[in-house]
Design a protein around this ligand. Structure first.
Ligand code: NAX
Length: 327
């Protein structure tokens, strides 16, 4: 049998962790290949995490090759092939944006350094914890020996939300929807793009044929879905975020579908006028653990404005963390 894939999950005792760990252990990412889970938490959450591990044990998952938990990143990240960085500091009452960036900066500088020294040579790192794009930027800048291409931030949940909204509008099954793109930041400025998406092979914006819906319903519904979930459920999206984290990692490691692409926030090479070095969401194809930005798409003026607005926000975040000395 194949060697287990060693997967680190941070924030493992949190809400997303409670869904993500069971999906990972059941083979949703690796199929028949076993997984070994390496779970990082802060000290006060380790007792909760022990309870989660008891439940994982109680599932008797055939593909779960081992579990290690702890609060030392250098121990937990040792030899990991995949690190899913979910744990982050949420915005507390009275916390300014600068405070939030600083609190998360402390987490992602330390985790970047730890990955740099102990992760496996083939490590891939996916950041779910918010502010995801800038946390990924901080981590990659603090891991100089790991190629920057090995880091990505999660916009797959936004991507999946966009597919679901478009399917509902057009009556098409989600499997008919291809070439969806989220551009920019995983934030309210993100741009879910219907001008390059397709419904059953036809241009999605044309199938919808309703610019008013596209601008005033579709885009804000996708961009503000997180807030709508909080409003309805009383807590933030967790199972869907875990599912998207798995989708993103699975496609990254095992490849995106032929004739389609996915959205991932990755380090910009300047494509589509996105300033080089920002971690911004693009349409990408993936294969064997590598991603490639889909090149040559025509960008209309409406889309240009939306992409520029979101990447300007990312540039501001980069300036802020540069000033804080985090990168
Ligand atoms: P929870 O607050 O339930 O869990 C976070 C966990 O992280 C806690 O158990 C906490 O103890 C742990 N943690 C904090 N600092 C840590 C550190 N230094 N090392 C290890 N663990 C640490 O949040 P949850 O709902 O699970 O969300 C986790 C993160 O995902 C948040 O930042 C959230 O904003 C973000 N999200 C990102 C999404 C995306 O699409 N990119 C969508 C869902 C979610 O909002």
């Amino acid at each position: 049998t194949e060697k287990p894939l060693k997967v680190a999950v941070t924030g493992a005792a949190g809400q997303i962790g409670y869904s993500l760990l069971f999906r990972l252990a059941s083979g949703a990412l690796t199929g028949d290949r076993p997984v070994e889970l390496r779970l990082l938490e802060i000290e006060p959450a380790l007792k909760t995490l022990e309870g989660v591990v008891m439940e994982l044990d109680d599932c008797a998952f055939p593909g779960l090759a081992g579990i290690e938990i702890g609060s030392e990143a250098e121990t937990i990240f040792d030899g990991v092939n995949l690190a899913l960085l979910v744990g982050a500091r949420p915005r507390g009452p009275g916390m300014e944006r600068g405070d939030l960036l600083e609190a998360n900066g402390a987490i992602f500088t330390a985790q970047g350094k730890a990955l740099n020294s102990v992760a496996a040579d083939d490590v891939r790192i996916g950041v779910t914890g918010n502010p995801a794009n800038t946390n990924a930027l901080i981590a990659l800048k603090n891991a100089p020996d790991i190629p920057a291409e090995r880091f990505s931030a999660l916009t797959r949940l936004d991507h999946n939300r966009a597919i679901s909204q478009l399917a509902a509008k057009t009556g098409a099954p989600v499997t008919d929807i291809t070439k969806m793109t989220i551009w920019g930041n995983h934030s309210a400025t993100q741009y879910p793009d219907l001008f390059r998406a397709e419904v059953g092979g036809r241009n999605a914006a044309e199938v919808v044929g309703d610019q008013e819906w596209l601008e005033n319903t579709f885009i804000p519904t996708v961009a503000k879905r997180g807030a709508a979930i909080i409003e309805a459920r009383g807590s933030s999206s967790a199972a869907s975020a875990a599912s998207a984290t798995i989708d993103a990692a699975r496609d990254w490691l095992y490849g995106s579908a032929a004739g389609d692409w996915v959205s991932m926030a990755v380090v910009s090479d300047g494509s589509y006028g996105v300033p080089e070095g920002l971690v911004s969401s693009f349409p990408v194809t993936t294969r064997d653990g590598d991603w490639t930005i889909v090149e040559g798409l025509e960008i209309d003026d409406f889309s240009r404005g939306r992409i520029d607005a979101s990447t300007a926000e990312l540039a501001d975040e980069r300036d802020a963390v540069t000033q804080l000395g985090l990168i």
